[in-house]
Ligand binder design. Structure first.
Ligand code: HEM
Length: 156
């Protein structure tokens, strides 16, 4: 059980970098596309897919840890009322999970809405809005230390 937890934590920790890199590539190419008035390109389509797939993987691994592996969420679920008064337990049990689920749902919605548009300008705009908001929410909930919870940037 413990090794599975270590593997999921490792995967979840490193996949965060893929999400951030892909998110930045998607946002930067939408800005370039908008200002250059260029076509929505296969490059953009590919990176949008990488971004969304990495988010889905993060959600899956996150949910597995949340419900089965993490000692933090297990402790929180054993006494939710008390956990709400503990900022670390509350971060893992509520803030991190809840805000990230919303961010991933937004990214997924954005991807569907971008596909529905036929003109490149609207595709760039929708990509920028949905990816931008989702990435902002995700960045605010990564345990960088800002919310009183710090984890290694690179887990080995
Ligand atoms: C894009 C979204 C997400 C990012 C970038 C992200 C990032 C992270 C990072 C960096 C860690 C610390 C890993 C470490 O200690 O090395 C972590 C831990 C964790 N995350 Fe996420 N996460 C995301 C979404 C989610 C979601 C949606 C859930 C659950 C529904 C979740 C549940 C957890 C849990 C349970 C832990 C481990 C707490 C522990 O036992 O130490 N995460 N996450």
């Amino acid at each position: 059980m413990n090794t599975i937890y270590n593997i999921t934590l490792f995967l979840h920790s490193w996949n965060r970098w893929l999400i951030l890199v892909a998110g930045i590539v998607v946002i930067a190419s939408a800005i370039i596309g908008l200002s250059a008035k260029s076509e929505y390109s296969p490059f953009q389509k590919k990176w949008a897919l990488i971004y969304l797939s990495s988010l889905h993987l993060q959600l899956l691994v996150g949910l597995i840890m949340y419900f089965f592996l993490s000692p933090f969420t297990a402790q929180a679920m054993s006494n939710f009322g008390a956990a709400m008064k503990d900022s670390v337990l509350r971060f893992w049990a509520v803030e991190h999970a809840f805000v990230n689920v919303i961010a991933i749902a937004l990214a997924q919605t954005g991807s569907i809405l971008v596909k529905r548009k036929t003109d490149s300008n609207s595709k760039h705009k929708r990509t920028l809005i949905y990816t931008g908001i989702a990435l902002f929410l995700i960045l605010s909930m990564v345990p960088w230390g800002m919310m009183g919870v710090a984890r290694p940037l690179f887990r080995f």
